[in-house]
Design a protein around this ligand. Structure first.
Ligand code: ATP
Ligand code: MG
Length: 372
């Protein structure tokens, strides 16, 4: 098998790790960025909710949204000599929103928006829409920075393509009839009527429902008036982000586990990515159980009977898992014909430091092959 991921990373300037919850998206993103930097391609990994230990080993104790170079001491400790700089950051949802307003709102409206109670509440609510914030961040990094490689980790997706839809959802809100209606002079005149309750289950409605009284409406009216001119900007960025995701220089890495429920999600996700013209460089099947090596069976067979029986039981269980994983992998290979699979074994320990990430990168990069 050719080193598909290595080649994809070398030829990409944006790589996104996508997949369902807990499969290893953050780990794979960090490992790819690390390996790229070691090989001489400067990288930034933008992580989302990394496990604390991983964040610490990337030198990301507290700062959100800051792109920090990994300290040389951390590389020294891991015995690694990267040929280019690796940076890492943790995406801070609320701060990305504030940065967005700071960057794009007209000067006279900026502070008003940031201080607006409705905005503060709305931005927290929208911060829940992590996918949107991740896409805005990607756009910002791509446009205003000059990293040879950006590896973007994505939030666990309940619905496969939330992050592709996210910009549209925001645009729906901006275009919302109700929002427009709120901007009409009737609002200023104080004739709100009951129409506010017709906003359905939108973010706006949910946010509004947290407020009561006229102060709310005043805050809302102010917010809508101040933000109204930013509509086109949001739309334009959404269009450009979409184009960036479809670009030849962008690669998706779909991460999955070998268990049946994860595989079904991965297959579905793969179909959607393809339908949306996204380039899937490879599907990483992470944490695959390796079959028990013959030598180990033989070793156990030589042990005293009691010990032997106990250990053989463990080995049998392990073998069963390996066979189940192998069936899963075969199913995935058939369903996603044309997209290479990259198998990564299950390690005995969590992957939480540079050593662990580098170790994992051997399979991603194709230095080591794992077939089942
Ligand atoms: N090959 C592996 N072997 C053993 N442990 C692993 C392996 N890959 C990842 N892990 C561990 O699995 C856990 C989950 O990984 P990770 O946080 O990368 O998943 P995620 O997809 O980003 O999760 P979330 O959807 O919650 O963001 C971590 O503790 C990580 O260290
Ligand atoms: Mg994660």
């Amino acid at each position: 098998m050719s080193p598909v991921l290595r080649e994809a990373v070398e030829h990409s300037d944006v790589v996104l790790t996508v997949g369902s919850g807990g499969v290893g998206k953050t780990t794979v993103a960090a490992a790819l960025a690390l390996r790229a930097a070691v090989e001489g391609q400067g990288s930034l990994v933008c992580t989302i909710d990394p496990a604390r230990r991983l964040a610490n080993s990337l030198g990301l104790e507290a700062l959100g949204n800051a792109e920090l170079p990994i300290a040389p001491a951390l590389f020294d400790a891991a015995g690694l000599k990267p040929r280019a700089t690796m940076r890492a950051m943790m995406l801070d949802m609320k701060r990305t929103w504030d940065d967005l307003i700071t960057r794009y709102a007209p000067a006279d409206k900026r502070d008003k928006i940031l201080a607006n109670r409705f905005y503060q509440s709305l931005s927290s609510a929208l911060a829940g829409s992590q996918e949107y914030v991740a896409m805005e961040k990607l756009y910002e990094l791509r446009t205003h920075r000059d990293y040879p490689l950006i590896v973007l980790d994505t939030p666990p997706t309940a619905h496969a393509l939330d992050f592709l839809d996210a910009p549209n959802r925001l645009l729906d809100f901006m275009d919302n009839d109700a929002a427009k209606w709120l901007l009409t002079p009737a609002l200023a005149a104080g004739k709100f009527g009951l129409k506010l309750f017709n906003l359905g289950g939108s973010y706006v409605a949910k946010t509004i429902s947290r407020f009561t009284g006229t102060e709310t409406l005043q805050q809302l009216a102010d917010f809508m008036l101040n933000i109204s001119g930013m509509n086109e900007g949001f739309k334009e960025r959404a269009r450009q982000t979409r184009a960036l995701l479809e670009a030849d220089s962008t690669s998706f890495v779909l991460v999955t586990g070998p268990m049946p429920e994860r595989l079904d999600e991965a297959i579905y996700f793969h179909t959607l990515l393809k339908q949306n013209k996204m380039k899937v460089a490879a599907i990483v099947v992470n944490r695959v159980h390796a079959p028990v090596p013959v030598a180990l069976w033989e070793e156990v067979a030589r042990l005293p009977t009691q010990q032997q029986q106990k250990l053989e039981l463990t080995l049998k269980e392990s073998d069963l898992q390996a066979r189940q994983d192998a069936r899963g992998v075969a199913k995935l290979r058939e369903a996603c014909d044309g997209t290479p699979l990259v198998l990564v074994p299950r390690f005995e320990h969590d992957v939480h430091d540079l050593n662990g990430l580098y170790e994992l990168s051997h399979w991603l990069w194709g230095d080591r092959l794992f077939e089942v």
